[in-house]
Design a binder for this molecule. Structure first.
Ligand code: NI
Length: 135
């Protein structure tokens, strides 16, 4: 079994806000992240897949093919978007890195031929990241 990771980037804005709480509670909980007009990040997405090496190619999966799958299913949707407004998934889900990882998992699960999705990693800065393994 081998593991292969593709790292990609997207830029998006978001606002952390729980509609079940009032304005004051949201500001207390999320601080500046709850500011009305949102703020942006340059996110890093890492997708790790695993499986057996194909003896014909020596590859697990062609990296170009994996990049294209991630592009179509995640990057093109999220890049330069306002996550809260543009992405249906976040209509009722707070667009934290944690939930973006869930979104990416759902978007890529079962989309990768000859390999299994193993891990999604989302980082909104160099010093912090979320990892999701599908459960
Ligand atoms: Ni943020």
């Amino acid at each position: 079994m081998v593991y292969l990771t593709k790292k990609m980037h997207f830029s998006a804005s978001h606002r952390l806000y729980n509609p079940l709480l009032n304005e004051e509670e949201n500001l207390k909980l999320f601080k500046k992240c709850a500011n009305k007009n949102g703020h942006g990040h340059n996110f890093t997405l890492e997708v790790t897949v695993c499986g057996e090496i194909n003896p014909k190619t020596g590859y697990l999966i062609d990296l170009k093919e994996l990049k294209e799958i991630i592009n179509i299913n995640v990057i093109e949707l999220l890049d330069h978007s306002n996550l809260n407004i543009d992405i249906d998934f976040f209509k009722n889900v707070i667009p934290t890195s944690e939930n973006i990882a869930l979104f990416a998992w759902k978007a890529l699960e079962n989309k990768i031929p000859n390999a299994k999705l193993y891990k999604i990693k989302i980082a909104e800065s160099e010093t912090s990241a979320v990892e999701y393994y599908g459960n």
